[in-house]
Design a protein around this ligand. Structure first.
Ligand code: NAP
Length: 293
């Protein structure tokens, strides 16, 4: 008799992202009717890194699909922190701009933290400011960092149980590892955060009910480290269409997984656009503008 293999549930970010975009279209139309203006997401790209340029282009295209505009600001590789801060100040002061995205990473000579924190918190739709992070961590209103917020949305959509589960996050970057750890904690998971100095990583991962790969190294998390029935979220994306997890080795033994591509990536963009629409809606409510965040 032929042995049946059961694949883990695919957490399909592409399909959910399309659903989110469809829901945003009428909201953007209403915004245009009410304000007479088209909501704008400003994207700042420093230098000529081709991957970053692609991400920025994809975000601009998503704006168009829902009826918004994007204002693309390109700055040269050699720019100073002061010049970048001035560009952010201009966008902060522009009433037509509802959201600001500074594409990470910026060139080494730039103080990225200072620049992120210059973004007005009500326009911080990518959730990169210290204030936004702190508020999110404390369960206060804030736009969570787009990639982890997109992951949480995807987990909710598929009704993945988080409460009481042991989540192991591999990576502690400000835009991904740290915020997803806080979001999982706020959803009542027990969270272990691993990083480059962690000892016994494989063993740590083997105890996880939920694994989040946010390392930035192709297929670094080996399939054999992951226990049967785990939920696997792979945030990585590398040339050749692979992520941070050796996904081919786990699809038949995990309970659910995010594919690469088509998992976390589309959710990041959809969440960013959704946050910008929300920021535009908030900007039309004078009372909230004074109290938010
Ligand atoms: P990052 O800033 O480079 O952070 C990588 C993290 O991995 C760091 O915290 C680092 O630890 C940790 N790490 C490195 N080597 C390790 C090791 N041997 N063992 C355990 N941990 C180790 O990367 P990121 O910006 O968070 O991105 C991570 C991945 O997600 C990348 O593949 C990136 O392309 C992807 N990403 C995808 C999206 C999307 O929209 N799909 C968005 C953002 C990022 P230390 O802190 O100790 O150095």
């Amino acid at each position: 008799m032929k042995e049946e293999t059961v694949s883990g549930l695919v957490l399909d970010g592409s399909t959910l992202a399309k659903e989110i975009e469809r829901e945003l279209i009428p909201r953007v139309s209403r915004l245009k009717e009410r304000s007479g203006r088209t909501p704008i997401l400003a994207t700042i790209l420093v230098g000529d890194d081709p991957s970053s340029a692609t991400y920025v282009r994809m975000k601009g295209n998503a704006c168009k699909r829902v009826g918004m505009e994007s204002k693309r600001v390109y700055l040269p590789q050699q720019i100073t922190t002061e010049r970048l801060l001035a560009a952010i100040d201009e966008l902060n002061a522009d009433p037509d701009v509802q959201g600001i995205l500074l594409q990470h990473p910026v060139p080494r000579q730039i103080d990225e933290r200072r620049c992120f924190d210059r973004i007005a918190v009500e326009k911080d739709v990518d959730g990169v400011t210290v204030l936004g992070f702190g508020r999110m961590a404390m369960n206060e209103p804030a736009y969570g960092s787009a990639t982890p917020a997109g992951i949480m949305r995807l987990l909710r959509r598929y009704e993945i149980a988080i409460e009481g589960k042991h989540a192991v996050v591999v990576g502690r970057s400000p835009i991904l590892g740290k915020p997803i750890a806080m979001m999982l904690l706020n959803a009542n998971a027990t969270v272990t955060i691993c990083h480059s100095k962690t000892q016994g990583l494989a063993e740590m991962i083997s105890r996880a009910d939920i694994v989040v790969g946010a390392v930035g190294k192709p297929q670094f998390i080996e399939g054999s480290w992951i226990k049967e029935g785990a939920i696997v979220v792979d945030a990585g994306f590398h040339p050749g269409g692979v992520g941070d997890v050796e996904l081919a080795a786990i699809v038949d033994k995990c309970a659910a997984y995010t594919p690469v591509p088509g998992g976390v990536g589309p959710m990041t963009i959809a969440t960013l656009i959704a946050n910008t629409v929300e920021a535009a809606e908030r900007s039309l409510k004078p009372k909230e503008r004074t109290t938010y965040p």
